[in-house]
Design a protein around this ligand. Structure first.
Ligand SMILES: Cc1cc2nc3c(=O)[nH]c(=O)nc-3n(C[C@H](O)[C@H](O)[C@H](O)COP(=O)(O)OP(=O)(O)OC[C@H]3O[C@@H](n4cnc5c(N)ncnc54)[C@H](O)[C@@H]3O)c2cc1C
Ligand code: SF4
Ligand code: SF4
Length: 417
């Protein structure tokens, strides 16, 4: 059997997603998540990692291993959608608390679920992320125990974040907690559940978003410099929120304010930043939260069959993935935390159609790594065969060839620190 890769190989091979679970498993004295020269958050190896710990990291690292959901999860009335995964139930919706809805990235669905879980006593804490107070372009992994703390973490952080840094400490303390994070982070917790029996009871809820990929911190830095200011001058940096989608907001420590619209930031040719996502995102088998209990993407307003980003009261789509998610959403609605409206699968397909091509190409790209003799991940049970069939043999072949060319040029490689 080939030797299993160490953390350095996972990072160098471009497979690290930056979740932070390896730090949590190995201990911060051995592994510490830091912003690397690549601009992504990566494990810095500070000391030897015992083989038994490395074995556990191998079992949970979403860079190299992930197991998709079983069709049965969709339940008797749900659908196992080839692209969008298990859909047990589907709704449009938003937080009923107007301040949460306004401040959050979309409809505040994730924050409202987190607050409900805490206030109803279903969990002791929420694991999520929040803009760093010291370095506002960066994002901290936080553990919140009050509604106010959870609300302070609402908004999308399009940049490096390692939400799982504190997970093992919380399990050791015997706490019960929910995780609100990206699909790869949630996938890592599902894998952890296979090797740590405490997860089933202590991490009962996994809430996620749809994910277009995690860019480097350089993207935010370029937005800041575009306004003619230095990163050190920034007191507040928000990608969106305070409206829906809300402005990309930069505020200096001395009170100067610079706002750009969502469409200006992401759809204007010639701006000096790009959405420079990590390689792992390009082979992501699950950027839509198939392994969560509930996924809460944007519930965009549609015009002429396409999503538009005109300012409006925020809305999410709630994709219920599991029985647990179904129960949680019903309870949150009954408690008045969330309001729901009807939504259908064809509407989901039109609104989030940008995820279909990415979903279609991950098998070819992952195969390309193996074909070029590079470290390749083991992603199972994500309907790869059906996806390849749906993509068609020509498109699939072209995707593999394109990926092989880029891999030969070393485009997937990352520096270690
Ligand atoms: C990197 C990234 C890419 C995204 N791509 C898409 C997309 O392609 N399509 C789409 O519909 N939506 C995407 N979103 C999600 C969207 O921006 C909203 O966050 C989502 O709809 C949830 O809205 P909300 O109002 O419920 O969230 P809020 O109530 O504002 O809560 C946001 C939650 O997201 C968590 N979070 C934010 N940033 C990160 C991060 N970097 N890592 C881990 N957790 C984080 C926070 O902990 C918080 O719990 C993306 C978000 C991120 C962070
Ligand atoms: S994906 Fe997560 S567990 Fe794997 S190396 Fe990166 S930070 Fe560590
Ligand atoms: S695209 Fe996939 S790997 Fe990349 S940040 Fe999103 S969920 Fe994680």
């Amino acid at each position: 059997m080939a030797a299993l890769p160490d953390l350095a190989a996972i990072v160098r091979g471009g497979l690290c997603a930056g979740c932070g679970l390896c730090e949590s498993l190995a201990g911060v004295e051995h592994v510490e998540m830091r912003i690397a020269s690549s601009g992504h958050i990566r494990p810095a190896i500070k000391g030897p990692i015992e083989p038994a710990i490395m074995e556990r990291i191998h079992a949970v690292c979403p860079g190299i291993t992930l197991r998709g959901p079983d069709a049965a999860q969709a339940g008797p009335n749900g659908t196992m959608h080839e692209v969008f995964g298990p859909i047990r139930a589907l709704h449009r919706g938003w937080a009923t608390d107007a301040a949460t809805r306004y401040r959050s990235a979309a409809g505040g669905g994730m924050t409202a679920l987190g607050v409900y879980l805490l206030e109803s006593g279903k969990v002791d804490a929420i694991v999520h992320v929040r803009a760093s107070e010291e370095q506002p372009l960066l994002t901290d992994a936080v553990v919140s125990r009050t509604a106010a703390e959870v609300r302070a973490g609402s908004q999308s952080r399009y940049g490096p974040a390692a939400p799982l840094r504190h997970v093992m400490g919380l399990l050791d303390q015997g706490l019960r907690f929910a995780v609100l994070a990206k699909p790869c982070d949630v996938g890592a917790i599902r894998s952890l559940g296979r090797i740590d029996p405490r997860v089933a009871y202590q991490i009962p809820y996994l809430i996620t978003l749809f994910c277009g990929g995690a860019p480097t911190v350089f993207t935010a830095e370029k937005v800041v410099r575009y306004h003619g200011i230095d990163v050190d001058e920034v007191g507040v940096f928000r990608w969106r929120g305070n409206g829906w989608p809300g402005p990309t907001h930069v505020e200096t420590k001395d009170g100067r304010v610079y706002d750009l619209t969502y469409d200006y930031v992401w759809y204007t040719p010639g701006v000096p930043w790009t959405y420079d996502i990590q390689f792992r995102c390009k082979i992501c088998p699950d950027a839509i939260g198939e392994l969560s209990d509930i996924a809460c993407p944007d519930g965009w307003i549609m015009e002429n069959g396409k999503p538009i980003h005109r300012e409006a009261p925020g809305q999410n789509v709630f994709i219920v993935r599991t029985e647990t998610g179904e129960r949680l959403l019903a309870e949150a609605v009954a408690a008045g935390a969330i309001e729901l409206a009807p939504f259908t699968v064809p509407e989901l397909e039109a609104m989030h159609g940008d995820h279909a091509p990415r979903k279609m190409e991950w098998p070819a790209r992952a195969r390309a790594l193996a074909a070029e003799g590079e470290l390749a991940p083991s992603y199972e049970n994500f309907r790869a065969e059906a996806i390849v069939r749906r993509n068609g043999p020509e498109a699939d072949h072209a995707a593999e060839e394109g990926a092989r060319r880029r891999i030969r040029k070393g485009k997937h490689k990352e520096p270690l620190s």
